[in-house]
Design a protein around this ligand. Structure first.
Ligand code: SAJ
Length: 414
């Protein structure tokens, strides 16, 4: 029975997870280190942008099922959803997981279940069990000594797509990687409360690698598309037409080229595999390098376009890391805009319909945040960096007097 669940980390994954579990009638206590996040949630509001999340959080708080706090308290299960960024040299930084372990250890009890949801390098769940054992020598954790474990530990990686989190949280299949088969059984019991997809048991190491594999698969496929886009420029072929044609083959499914790969997942996770197996992870490393190089290539194209004008006015269309969100983390669009400004290529206009003011990084540069109509009025060079809905709605009449660098194929017929 799970009467009370504690969710550690109330960010893009933790908060929706906490709210959905609470909506199933289970008491949820959400833990976070940010007083502001805790206060916002306790008022029934949200501090992140995700469709419908505000409604679900408000309902759960109003029903008294969801509460946020900075102080850990006992619960039946603990779900850790904290960031796992990388440090210099592309090595995974597990310090947030270690801090979470330290925070919950004093309130753990026999029979508890501890789940790691954060995307993690292979071996992280074993490390989590070892940290917990260190902080609570009176309890028995799996893989730590000969005694029968009395706390269960599992890795159940999150797999939701930003922008569709609430839907995918419930409908996606879940990989349940227990440190022992009993850990798997307990974790499946918990997830069955709110997951409609299948809960598939495996061991923790395989679960860790499965999550990294999913994101690396996408990264490699996008790198293939990005490489094709550069080859096609050289050979004077429309890459969008090329990919559309190749994808007509029943066993070919090439993703779309872009200005580079952004976000905190696909641009980060493949490095965890490279770090674990540096000699063997060759295609995964190369894909990362190709995708990371793409912004530089785009900047070269924009400079060439700007050279055609005495007074170049460049509209960078989109700053987010992908369409129709406000998330600017690891965004190649933002990086390209910043580098164009730093290189004094011309007057830079940024068009980002999903934000109200420029991020700090872009302030005090030669960059103005403007509306789409103003950009179309003033710019002589358009750089399409994100395929936001309002940009997709433009017609060829809107752009035919401009020089266009289109990284998303918005104005391609294919
Ligand atoms: N991108 C392209 N071309 C494409 C598809 C995407 O250039 O054809 C770019 C996007 O513009 C963006 C980046 O890739 O900059 C990543 O976007 P995304 O939509 O592919 O993925 P994320 O980072 O929003 O979410 C991914 C998802 N993983 C997979 O689809 C395998 C999601 O399910 C994971 O839960 C999430 O990472 C995560 O948290 O790990």
């Amino acid at each position: 029975m799970f009467n009370k669940v504690s969710v550690v980390g109330l960010g893009y994954i933790g908060l929706p997870t906490a709210a959905v579990i609470a909506s199933r009638g289970i008491e949820v206590i959400g833990l976070d280190v940010s007083q502001k996040a805790v206060d916002t949630i306790n008022q029934g509001k949200v501090h992140i942008v995700e469709p419908d999340l505000d409604m679900v959080v408000q309902a759960a708080v109003t029903m008294g099922k969801l509460r946020a706090s900075m102080t850990p308290e006992p619960a039946d299960a603990f779900m850790i959803a904290v960031p796992t960024p990388f440090k210099d040299g592309n090595q995974p930084d597990l310090s947030y997981i270690e801090k979470a372990a330290k925070a919950i250890a004093p309130v753990l009890e026999k029979g508890n279940l501890v789940i790691l949801e954060s995307t993690s390098p292979v071996g992280a769940t074993e490390k989590l069990a070892a940290w917990l054992q260190e902080y609570r020598p009176d309890l028995h954790f799996p893989g730590q000594g000969a005694a029968e474990p009395n706390v269960n530990v599992a890795h159940c990686p999150e797999r939701v797509l930003p922008g569709r989190v609430l839907e995918e949280l419930v409908s996606n299949d879940r990989i349940i990687g227990g440190l022992t088969p009993k850990c798997c059984d307990r974790a499946i019991q918990l997830y069955k409360h709110f997951v409609r997809g299948e809960c598939i048991p495996t061991n923790a190491r395989t679960a860790e690698m499965a999550k990294l594999t999913e994101n690396s698969f996408r990264d490699v496929n996008i790198a293939f598309a990005n490489e094709l886009s550069i080859i096609c420029d050289e050979l004077k072929i429309d890459v969008w037409e090329l990919i559309a044609l190749a994808n007509r083959h029943p066993r070919v499914n090439i993703l779309r080229p872009g200005p580079g790969v952004g976000g905190h997942c696909i641009a980060v996770d493949p490095w965890f595999i490279v770090d674990s197996a540096p000699e063997s992870a060759r295609i995964i490393r190369t894909a990362r390098e190709i995708n990371d190089h793409k912004p530089e290539y785009v900047i070269g194209k924009v400079k060439a376009a700007a050279d055609q004008f005495k007074r170049p006015v460049i509209a960078c269309m989109g700053l987010a890391f992908k369409a129709d969100i406000d998330d600017l983390r690891e965004s190649p669009a933002l990086d390209i805009t910043l580098q164009l400004a730093n290189a004094n290529v011309g007057q830079i206009l940024a068009v980002e319909p999903n934000i109200d003011c420029l991020p700090e990084k872009l302030q005090n540069k030669n960059i103005q945040l403007v509306s789409l109509p103003e950009a179309l009025e003033r710019a002589n060079v358009l750089v399409v960096l994100v395929d936001h809905k309002p940009f997709k709605a433009l017609s060829s009449n809107d752009i035919n007097t401009k020089v266009v660098v289109d990284t998303r194929g918005l104005f391609s017929r294919f």
